[in-house]
Design a protein around this ligand. Structure first.
Ligand SMILES: [Zn+2]
Length: 545
C-alpha cells in the first residue's frame, strides 16, 4: 500500500503498513510515502508532539487510552515529549518517552522520524501496553540511598564509584507487571592493580524494586572489543556454597560469570595464543565473539577450558613467566574416555573426560591438568618415569595446589582446600571432593600411589602459601602471598630439571624451594628471606634436608 501525502498534521491516519516487530513494537510508515507535509521551520520537537497527539489513537492505541484508571475522566497524554532530538543526514529523529503520572515507563519510547523539512515519514514505537498497578511500591518505598545500599549486596560499588550515581524513578516491566523501581546508573573504577576476570569495573545499570529492594535487573553496559564467554568460577558448588549440590540440579544464572575471552585469533573458533580447542568434536564457531553458553549447551565446556588455560597462563606471564607456552595447548573439552582427564605431553594436549558432571565443568579440574602442562613446559619430560615415583606425586600435588591457590579468594570461606568439589558430585557415589590440599598427611602416610602421595606435597605448598600471608585478613596480603608462593614454586621446578626423574625425592623438592627463595631475593649470597618458613612447613610433614 502506498501512502498519500497528507494535507494537515492533525488529520488522523488510518493505520497503514504496521509491522509487528515484537509484542510491543510497532512501526508506522511506508516506503516512498510521507505521513505529513513539510512543516517549514517549526521546532522538530513540536512537530513530533503535535503529530503524536493528533494521531494518538493510531500510534499509541491501546496504550494511551488504557493508561487511565478511570476511562470516563480524561487523562493526560501518556506520551510526553522528551528532550532528545537527533540530527542526521535524513533530517530529525525525536524521541518521546511514555510516562505514567509523570514517571517514565522503562523502555517505553516512540521515535518520530522527519525530513529536514519536518515531513514525518516514519514512526517507531516500543510502548508498554499494560496499565501499571498504580499503588504498587508506593507504600514503604525505598529512598534513593536505601536502594543503593540494597544494590551493594549484588554489585559491590562502595569505594569504587567514579562520579555520582544517577538515580531515577521508573515503572519497570517485571514478570508481566509494571513495578515502581529505582533505575540506577553508575561507573566503577577498576580494582588495582590488575583487571582480572573478577574485575567488575565499568558502567552498570541496575533496576532496584522500590518496595522490596530486590535487584530486578543488573546490566554490565560497558562495550567490550574482546569476545565474551560464560563460565563457572571456579564451579557451582563454590559459587552457591552448597556442598551437597546435586549433579543435575538447576544452576542459577548467579553461579555463572561473564568473562572476556582474550588472545583469540580471528577465526571465530576458540583458538588463541595459549589454547586451542581444535581437538574438540564439533567445536563451536561464533564469528561475533559471543560465546555465551550454559551448562549442557555445546560450547560451554570449550569456553571453560579455553578461558581458564588462557587466563592462568596470562596471569603467570604477568607474574614473570612470559614464555611458558610457546604454542597453544590443544584441548579436547569433551573426550570419550570416561570420567577422567589427561595431559598428553607429546601431543601437547589436554583431554577432559565425561561424567554426570563433565570434567571441564569444574575449573579446579582444568587447573589441575593445566598444572601438568605447566611443569612439562618448564621441564621437558617432568614425569617421564615409572608411575608413583615422588616426582610424579609432586606433579599431582602441584596441580591440586595450583587449582586451590589460584581460587583462594573465591574459596576463602568455603571449601578452601578442596579440588574437584563439583566434579565429585557426579561420581557413582557422589562425594564432596576429589582431593584436598589441607590434609594432615605426612611422609609417614606414604602409600606409593602418586595422587594420594601428592596430597603430602600439596599440603606442604598450601602451608607455605598460608605462612607467606595466605591466612591474612587483608586481601592485599593474601594476593601478595599467592604471588610469592607461585614465584617460589615455579622457580623451584627449574632446579629440578636434571637427572633421571626417578632419582628425585621430596627432599630435592625442599632444596629446590630453598634455592628458589635465595635466587629470587635481592642478595643471593645469603639464604632467602623465607628459609625458616620453608624448612618449618616441610619439617611438619616429615621432610628435612
Ligand atoms: Zn594429575
Amino acid at each position: 500500500m502506498e501512502l498519500q501525502v497528507l494535507p494537515d498534521l492533525s488529520v488522523p491516519l488510518q493505520r497503514v503498513n504496521v509491522y509487528q516487530h515484537t509484542q510491543m513494537k510497532d512501526v508506522i510508515g511506508a516506503m516512498g510515502g510521507f505521513l505529513t507535509p513539510p512543516a517549514g521551520r517549526m521546532d522538530p520537537r513540536q512537530v513530533a508532539l503535535e503529530f503524536t497527539q493528533a494521531n494518538s489513537l493510531l500510534i499509541a492505541k491501546p496504550y494511551v487510552l488504557d493508561m487511565g484508571k478511570d476511562k470516563t475522566t480524561p487523562q493526560p497524554p501518556a506520551i510526553v515529549q522528551s528532550s532528545t532530538v537527533m540530527r542526521s543526514p535524513v533530517g530529525y529523529h525525536v524521541q518521546l518517552q511514555q510516562t505514567y503520572e509523570g514517571i517514565p515507563i522503562y523502555g517505553g519510547r516512540a521515535i518520530v522520524h522527519m525530513t529536514e523539512e519536518r515531513s514525518v515519514y516514519f514512526v517507531t514505537s516500543d510502548l508498554h501496553p499494560d496499565v501499571p498497578e498504580a499503588e504498587m511500591g508506593k507504600a514503604e518505598a525505598l529512598s534513593r540511598q536505601e536502594a543503593l545500599e540494597a544494590l551493594a549486596a549484588e554489585l559491590p560499588w562502595k569505594d569504587r564509584l567514579q562520579g555520582e550515581p544517577h538515580c531515577e524513578k521508573v515503572y519497570f516491566s517485571h514478570q508481566g507487571l509494571l513495578r515502581l523501581a529505582w533505575c540506577i546508573d553508575l561507573s566503577l573504577s577498576p580494582k588495582t592493580p590488575i583487571a582480572t576476570g573478577e574485575d567488575r569495573s565499568g558502567d552498570w545499570r541496575a533496576i532496584v524494586d522500590m518496595q522490596s529492594g530486590e535487584v530486578l535487573q543488573l546490566l554490565d553496559i560497558a562495550l567490550y572489543d574482546d569476545p565474551v564467554g560464560r563460565v563457572f568460577y571456579p564451579n557451582p558448588v563454590v559459587a552457591m556454597k552448597k556442598e551437597d549440590l546435586a549433579w543435575n540440579a538447576a544452576i542459577p544464572d548467579s553461579a555463572y560469570r561473564q568473562v572476556k575471552l582474550s588472545r583469540l585469533d580471528d577465526s571465530g573458533y576458540l583458538s588463541g595464543r595459549y589454547a586451542d580447542t581444535a581437538d574438540t568434536p564439533n567445536r563451536v564457531l561464533e564469528t561475533d565473539g559471543q560465546f555465551l553458553y550454559q551448562r549442557g549447551q555445546p560450547g560451554f565446556l570449550e569456553v571453560m577450558a579455553y578461558y581458564f588455560v588462557d587466563h592462568v597462563i596470562n596471569w603467570l606471564r604477568r607474574q614473570g613467566w612470559p614464555d611458558l607456552f610457546r604454542r597453544p595447548l590443544r584441548i579436547n573439552a569433551c573426550a570419550p574416555m570416561g570420567d577422567q582427564s589427561k595431559f598428553f605431553p607429546y601431543l601437547w594436549a589436554l583431554y577432559f573426560g565425561e561424567g554426570k558432571v563433565m570434567d571441564a565443568e569444574d575449573a579446579s579440574i582444568i587447573l589441575h591438568e593445566l598444572g601438568h602442562a605447566i611443569q612439562e613446559a618448564q621441564v621437558k619430560g617432568w614425569g617421564v618415569c615409572e608411575k608413583n615415583k615422588p616426582v610424579r606425586a609432586m606433579g599431582e600435588g602441584f596441580g591440586d595446589w595450583l587449582a586451590t591457590v589460584f581460587f583462594a579468594e573465591q574459596r576463602r570461606t568455603f571449601h578452601q582446600g578442596y579440588v574437584g568439589d563439583w566434579d565429585a558430585r557426579g561420581y557413582k557415589a557422589p562425594s564432596t571432593c576429589l582431593r584436598r590440599v589441607d590434609t594432615s598427611k605426612t611422609m609417614n602416610d606414604w602409600r606409593g600411589e602418586e595422587h594420594e602421595d601428592g596430597e603430602i606435597w600439596s599440603a606442604v605448598l598450601w602451608d607455605l602459601y598460608q605462612g607467606l600471608g595466605g591466612d591474612s585478613t587483608q586481601a592485599t596480603t593474601r594476593r601478595q602471598a599467592r604471588a610469592t608462593a607461585v614465584k617460589l614454586v615455579l622457580t623451584s621446578h627449574q632446579y629440578l630439571s636434571d637427572g633421571l626423574r626417578e632419582t628425585l625425592t621430596f627432599q630435592h623438592g625442599l632444596q629446590a624451594l630453598l634455592d628458589a627463595d635465595r635466587f629470587t631475593s635481592a642478595d643471593v649470597t645469603k639464604p632467602g628471606p623465607h628459609e625458616q618458613l620453608i624448612r618449618d612447613v616441610f619439617a611438619a610433614r616429615g621432610i628435612t634436608v
